[in-house]
Design a protein around this ligand. Structure first.
Ligand code: ASP
Length: 323
């Protein structure tokens, strides 16, 4: 009997060690938008600036994960670095809508609890991703829009800024060009992050100014759970970027998870099919980042480029801009 108990205890310890050995520790993947990102459009100097910011965002998220923090905090930390950087289409430097205003969207999802939060069409919240996080923690809802979201953020003690905070000369000039019907598509991107923490929990977050010259009140996929953002510990965490209307119609972020769960596809196969076949065939430009519960990464895009990068425990930060 004693031997039998000994055998079972050893077996349990061994199997625990094996599954620990298979765990990747932590992984963080980010994107800074997909689009017409080519060496002709992005000068070598500008490319360096993008790479530095992507590295900074990855380092901020990694700091949380390496200290044993949760995936949800890590994606917020990574996204906030990009929200504060005028190079990306989120937070400061976001694109202007047709009325010459910045209207921001963001969302976040916790793969462990399946809780989600989003804000849409906000114009005064400095960090929309943080407001989305508060929607999870401090409200009974999933999405708050416009004035209600801004009032909620104010009561939560988040930083409220004058709409002029989001203004940058570069975004304004792009707006004027688009207004004058000059083609300038694709230099600025939505931002997003997906993370797997050391406890095996997944999370995803996305933050954007939306499509340039969008109609006042237009909401894209980024704040919509299942379209631009999704996380489920059973499958994967996903953050999308691209032509939002298509991403909403195709429930892209959820579809990656569904294909994995229902069809048994890998994260790479599921997301590659959706971006490079399904959406491409519909003429929908964009990309996504996805991370499964074992730490496998996919970063497909059907555009010329996508600002992207990742870091894994014990490995060097990797960032990419072009194909
Ligand atoms: N998906 C965003 C939207 O449609 C835009 C982008 O990712 O560039 O609002």
């Amino acid at each position: 009997m004693k031997r039998l108990i000994c055998f079972f205890v050893t077996a349990i310890i061994l199997s625990a060690n094996i599954s620990n050995a298979q765990k990747p520790g932590y992984v963080l993947v980010i994107h800074g938008g997909a689009g017409n990102i080519t060496p002709e459009r992005i000068t070598p100097e500008k490319k360096v600036l993008f790479e530095q910011k992507l590295e900074e965002a990855l380092a901020a998220g990694e700091k949380v994960l390496s200290a044993g923090g949760c995936a949800l905090d890590a994606v917020v930390a990574a996204v906030q670095v990009m929200e504060e950087c005028p190079l990306f289409n989120s937070g400061k430097g976001a694109v202007f809508n047709a009325e010459g205003k910045n209207e921001l969207d963001a969302s976040i999802m916790d793969g462990k609890t399946m809780k989600a939060g989003a804000v849409a069409g906000v114009m005064t919240i400095k960090s929309p991703v943080e407001a989305a996080r508060r929607v999870i923690d401090s409200s009974a809802h999933v999405m708050l829009a416009g004035r209600g979201a801004e009032e909620f953020a104010r009561v939560q003690g988040l930083e409220i800024v004058d709409p002029s905070y989001f203004y940058t000369e570069e975004s304004w000039q792009e707006y004027l060009k688009v207004k004058a019907r000059i083609e300038t598509e694709g230099r600025k991107g939505t931002v997003g992050a997906v993370a797997l923490d050391m406890k095996g929990n997944l999370a995803a977050a996305t933050s954007t100014g939306g499509m340039i010259y969008k109609k006042y009140g237009r909401i894209g996929d980024s704040p919509i759970i299942g379209a631009g953002t999704y996380a489920n510990n059973e499958s994967c965490a996903v953050s999308c970027t691209g032509h939002g209307e298509f991403f909403i119609r195709n429930s892209v972020a959820f579809d990656v998870s569904a294909r994995m769960l229902y069809l048994g596809e890998t994260v790479e196969k599921a997301s590659g099919y959706i971006i490079n076949e399904k959406l491409k065939n519909q003429g929908a430009a964009g990309g996504l980042i996805a991370l499964d519960k074992d730490g496998n990464i996919a970063m497909p895009f059907n555009t010329n480029g996508m600002f992207r990068g990742y870091v894994k425990k014990g490995e060097k930060i990797q960032v990419y801009v072009f194909r």
